[in-house]
Design a protein around this ligand. Structure first.
Ligand code: ADP
Length: 401
């Protein structure tokens, strides 16, 4: 039996994405998503042999229960597929200073991922749950788990981008610097853009916007990251579903000293109660809601406008790092791939750079469709559905060749 398939586990705070694929010919044999973990109506969707299955599997499902369901209900029905798995690739959000590239998971690597929980408290613990599940359910693959790091793509950042203007020893002694996140997604879509535009990756200048529950924007010059909006942790930068993104750090002192909030409460507010959720006064963190109500509801308008204002500001600033040549702007992630409204607002704000949207293309390029959404003869604006699973599988197989 030829073992040439990779199982990919991409565990987020409220979802588990899984896929079994051949990284060489890119064929997907099985892929799925468990979502709405820890809330009502936890749901699983999976696709095998052209068949799409969907089930509500109860309320408040935990990650552990989600793995149990995936392995006992789905994997057990696909035994022949599972005997062909060569290795398991895991998305790991934060590799810190020590994990700079994809690596086979051993005790040392697990310890390092644990150490970096301080930099990614929302994600690294969940990524570890995926690794533990893999070790438990696939003991025969215990030496064949690979961590593919979201921070790895950012190790080319120049000092002018990764250093904060705080005492230097906070960087040299404690590793306080910009690490970025979403690197796997930005790498995938910029590679795709290089193919679509027929420009070698090493010469490609793009600004990539990954807009989802977490959002970030990255500027890539000659195939290397020059700057990115996420920082020491995935809290900095754009307005997100529940994360504030950029704020004046003095707000934290104010909340602590003047309002009497504890640091733990402030952290919870900035990570879990801010962003779109905060701006809508707790109504929703879901972008679909504010997009659908944009025309009639001032609260939704406020949230969309602040989201777009911040993003347009970043994109404009990042053009200054490209020595006068921008090959494309890329939109990806749940919002980037689907929100015609965000794309329209952003591109209209960037008309100073000669960008113009094509409304018809904007409307038709959604729901997994890839393509240009601008008028000809202006800077290309591309929508490219992300495929983090493929990059994770390709990185994983590289370590066993
Ligand atoms: P994650 O970061 O969890 O992987 P996604 O990339 O799936 O998240 O993005 C989730 C976000 O995308 C949510 O805010 C959701 O509302 C938004 N989204 C999904 N579909 C649409 C759509 N059709 N229009 C606007 N926003 C959408």
């Amino acid at each position: 039996m030829l073992k040439n398939l990779i199982l990919v586990l991409n565990c987020g705070s409220s979802s588990v994405k899984f896929a079994v694929l051949n990284p060489i010919n890119k064929k997907k044999y099985l892929f799925g998503l468990v979502e709405r973990l820890y809330i009502s109506r936890s749901m699983i969707t999976w696709n095998t042999k052209e068949i799409r299955n969907q089930l509500v599997i109860g309320d408040n499902l935990s990650h552990e229960k989600a793995f149990h369901f995936i392995i006992n209900k789905i994997f057990n029905c696909e035994k022949s597929l599972f005997s062909r798995i060569l290795a398991v690739g895991h998305r790991v959000v934060h590799g810190g200073m020590s994990l700079k590239e994809s690596v086979i998971i051993n005790d040392f690597v697990i310890q390092e991922i644990k150490k970096n929980i301080i930099f990614s408290p929302l994600h690294n613990p969940i990524n570890l749950l995926g690794i533990e599940a893999s070790l438990k359910y696939f003991p025969h693959l215990s030496k064949k788990n690979v961590a593919v790091l979201d921070t790895a793509f950012y190790h080319t950042l120049p000092e002018s981008s990764y250093l904060y203007a705080i005492p230097y020893n906070l960087y040299s002694k404690y590793g306080i610097r910009r690490y970025g996140a979403h690197g796997i997604s930005h790498f995938y879509v910029s590679q795709q853009a290089s193919n679509i535009l027929n420009i070698q990756f090493q010469g490609l200048n793009v600004i990539s916007c990954h807009l989802g529950s977490g959002s970030s924007v990255t500027v890539i010059k000659n195939g290397k990251c020059m700057d990115t909006s996420m920082g020491l942790t995935p809290l900095e930068g754009l307005v997100m579903g529940t994360r504030s993104g950029d704020i004046d750090p003095a707000i934290i002192f104010f909340m602590n000293k003047e309002i009497g909030m504890s640091l733990i409460d402030i952290e919870d507010i900035l990570i879990n109660q801010s962003g779109i959720l905060g701006l809508t006064d707790g109504i929703t963190s879901d972008f679909r809601y504010i997009e659908n109500n944009y025309d009639t509801d001032t609260i939704s308008q406020r949230a969309v406008n602040i989201f777009c204002h911040r993003l347009a500001k970043y994109i404009s600033a990042y053009t200054s790092l490209l020595d006068g040549r921008l090959d494309a702007i890329i939109f990806t992630g749940g919002i980037g791939e689907n929100s015609t409204l965000v794309r329209e607002i952003i591109i209209s704000r960037l008309s100073i750079f000669g960008m113009k949207i094509n409304n018809e293309l904007n409307r038709s390029t959604r729901f997994g469709k890839s393509g240009f959404i601008n008028k000809r003869n202006t800077i290309p604006i591309l929508v490219i559905p992300t495929n983090e699973e493929l990059i994770i599988a390709q990185e994983t197989i590289k370590l066993f060749n």
